[in-house]
Design a protein around this ligand. Structure first.
Ligand code: GLU
Length: 414
């Protein structure tokens, strides 16, 4: 099995935890595979008049604890195996956060950076149309992920609603606030990551001005940086796909975002030194936040990490092998299913608001997110200390036990 296949990584994690909790073999085999997979070939008329066929997926891993939940990503490197892995990660994420959901994921193989707004709209609407029977407010609720956001969710909701003949806001989350989206949803994943980083500082008793390095400056990286900066943390390094920057005095994420918007990258920011992505990962700092894509920390670089803790903003940034090395080196890893669960937590709050036709204030959403993130963080942290296990393992233990119990209690249909 390749270290760099996300699917083999999540299966190895599951097998490892199954051994620890002595999970029934049948349940283990059941949980290794998704419940349902849908592949669609999406015809889209491009602006120049030619027809392009895009491949799209929606994978539902498990729905024992509630409707499936998970984002849709647009990326040229999307594969069915990756979407299967991400759907499984969503099952564990919703379980560890005790949300009444199972796990799902969607993906379309495309490069939105090279497409016009109209092309992306046609693609999104046609994809939604083709998965419409597969999703639903009590079946499977999509949300944003890599290169999708409120705009795409508005088109998805509208297409689904047109098909039904009435407005169905609760079919997707992460919508714009003017059409039933929740306040605070866009920044929620990064905010949750920042809350976890703050709790890590308390847990490890780190003193003085806390230093942070962030890999990835998209929605999650930026919102984590912003929230941490406002909390008084010092962001000493940031990178994106074009390279990284470093400043011991600290970077202002608001100004950095303005620079990125103007130039297309964080590189070249005034007063900062240019560094490589690899150098960013190796920065001596208190907290490292990988907030971009999977397989960033691997057996090839896990021994160069100088941070005291890794808080995972991305899904699957640390391979199974790298996690072992970090565990041996005593680097605390707050795993993705815990650390980046702020997004799906606020998705849940959005879904509740939609079902009740309510709209809560930003303060209300922030308060509920804060309470939930802090509660789950300490539950995992305390259990990990008591049981002498790392947080990645402990979070999985809690999640797999919850899902397995639900599966067992429901029974498998003959
Ligand atoms: N795509 C996000 C994630 O990976 C959010 C999913 C959701 O809100 O359903 O957690």
């Amino acid at each position: 099995m390749s270290e760099f296949s996300l699917l083999s990584n999540v299966i190895r994690d599951l097998e490892y935890v199954a051994g620890i909790i002595e999970l029934d073999r049948d349940i283990l085999e059941f949980l290794k595979v998704p419940k349902r997979v849908l592949e669609v070939s999406i015809p889209v008329k491009m602006d120049d008049g030619h027809l392009e066929i895009f491949t799209g997926y929606r994978v539902q891993h498990n729905d024992a604890r509630g409707p499936c939940k998970g984002g849709v990503r647009y990326h040229p490197k999307v594969t069915l195996d990756e979407v299967k892995a991400l759907a499984m990660i969503m099952t564990w994420k919703c379980a560890v956060h005790d949300l009444p959901y199972g796990g799902a994921k969607g993906g379309v193989v495309c490069n939105p950076k090279e497409m016009s707004t109209e092309e992306i709209e046609r693609l999104t609407r046609r994809y939604t149309f083709m998965i419409a029977d597969f999703i639903g407010p009590f079946r499977d609720v999509p949300a944003p992920d890599l290169y999708t956001g409120p705009r795409e969710m508005a088109w998805m909701m509208d297409t689904y609603s047109q098909l039904k003949g009435y407005l169905v806001p609760e079919v997707v989350t992460g919508k714009p606030t003017c059409i039933w989206g929740s306040e605070g949803r866009t920044g929620a994943t990064g905010r949750g990551v920042a809350i976890c980083a703050r709790e890590v500082v308390k847990a490890l008793n780190i003193r003085g001005r806390v230093t942070v390095a962030i890999q990835g400056f998209g929605n999650v990286g930026f919102n984590a940086a912003k929230t941490l900066y406002d909390m008084g943390f010092r962001i000493i390094g940031v990178s994106d796909s074009k390279g990284g920057i470093y400043s011991l005095e600290g970077l202002n994420p608001y100004k950095l975002m303005a620079h990125k918007k103007a130039t297309g990258s964080v590189v070249g920011f005034e007063g900062a030194r240019t560094i490589t992505n690899e150098e960013l990962l190796a920065l001596k700092c208190d907290i490292l936040i990988p907030a971009a894509i999977e397989n960033v920390l691997t057996s090839r670089n896990a021994d160069i990490i100088e941070a005291r803790a890794v808080v995972e903003g991305a899904n699957g940034p640390t391979t199974h092998e790298a996690a072992k090395i970090l565990r041996e080196r005593n680097v605390l890893v707050v795993p993705d299913i815990l650390a980046n669960g702020g997004g799906v937590t606020v998705s849940y709050l959005e879904w509740i608001q939609n079902l009740h036709r309510e709209h809560w204030s930003l303060d209300e959403v922030h308060k509920r997110l804060e309470e939930r993130m802090v509660r789950v963080f300490w539950e995992v942290y305390k259990n990990s200390v008591e049981n002498g296990r790392d947080m990645r393992t402990e979070a999985m233990v809690i999640a797999v036990k919850r899902v397995a119990e639900a599966v067992k209690t429901l029974g498998i249909w003959p």
